[in-house]
Design a protein around this ligand. Structure first.
Ligand SMILES: [Zn+2]
Length: 244
């Protein structure tokens, strides 16, 4: 694949790069989307009935079973070449921020460290009352696990329908988008907030915006460079073109 020389030159010199990834990156690893994973007995539920504070208040066990099922589905999934290429970029660029809308933990598994998980992480849980995080919740599948501190119900540490994004992560994402020289939007339609706002913030502050996605999106006409295809193929080639 041939990349424009000015983009390569820009990335060779860049010291501040921010990247936003969405569901498309996970799908290339074979992970099904939220809606696609609603097969079998889960097909009868609306997404809001499985992922909202009201649904959890109504039937916490149902929500736990749904997330246990999704965690099980993630177990066999591995990062793809695009995840690894982004982890490689982080090593080469002094200020590199990876912002993701994905909750599957694949970026961390691939070795990314400076990572902002805007929608949380499905492999982590927190107390629905006091907010304490835990990665060890003794899932006995018979009942909903309780917080060791306050006995409140534990819940998945993901952002549900009707909930705000975690404030610290969102603020850090906006700051990184405003400060970067190059902003990548990868595997995301660019219409869901805050994705659109982050690309916009980058552009308004003088960053060059690059899109990598399976197909054109509403963001495409507004970016400086757009590549349509698999991020798992384009990103490794881009890394190779820049750093050999
Ligand atoms: Zn608690």
């Amino acid at each position: 694949m041939d990349f424009p020389t000015d983009l390569i030159q820009l990335l060779i010199k860049a010291t501040r790069v921010s990247v936003l990834t969405g569901a498309g990156v996970s799908q290339e690893s074979g992970l099904r989307t939220f809606r696609d994973s609603q097969s079998g007995l889960w097909a009868q539920y609306k997404p809001q009935d499985l992922a909202s504070p009201a649904a959890f208040a109504r039937d916490p066990k149902l929500i736990w079973d749904w997330y246990a099922w999704r965690r099980e589905a993630i177990k066999g999934v591995r990062p793809n070449a695009g995840h690894y290429a982004l982890a490689e970029m982080e090593k080469k660029i002094s200020e590199f921020t990876l912002i993701t809308q994905n909750v599957d933990g694949l970026h961390r598994m691939a070795g990314s460290n400076n990572l902002l998980e805007l929608h949380g992480n499905i492999l982590r849980v927190r107390c629905s009352v006091c907010g304490t995080f835990t990665e060890d919740w003794g899932d006995d599948s018979e009942s909903v696990p309780l917080c060791g501190k306050c006995n409140g119900l534990l819940r998945p540490d993901v952002v549900w329908f009707g909930e705000s994004l975690p404030r610290a992560e969102l603020e850090a994402a906006v700051t990184a988008s405003r400060a970067c020289q190059v902003f990548f939007s990868i595997g995301t339609s660019g219409v869901v907030q805050p994705a659109a706002a982050l690309a916009h913030a980058a552009r308004n502050n003088g960053a060059v915006v690059v899109e990598i996605n399976a197909e054109p999106t509403p963001l495409t006409p507004k970016v400086d460079f757009a590549f349509h295809g698999k991020s798992g193929e384009i990103l490794p080639e881009l890394v190779k073109a820049i750093w050999g």
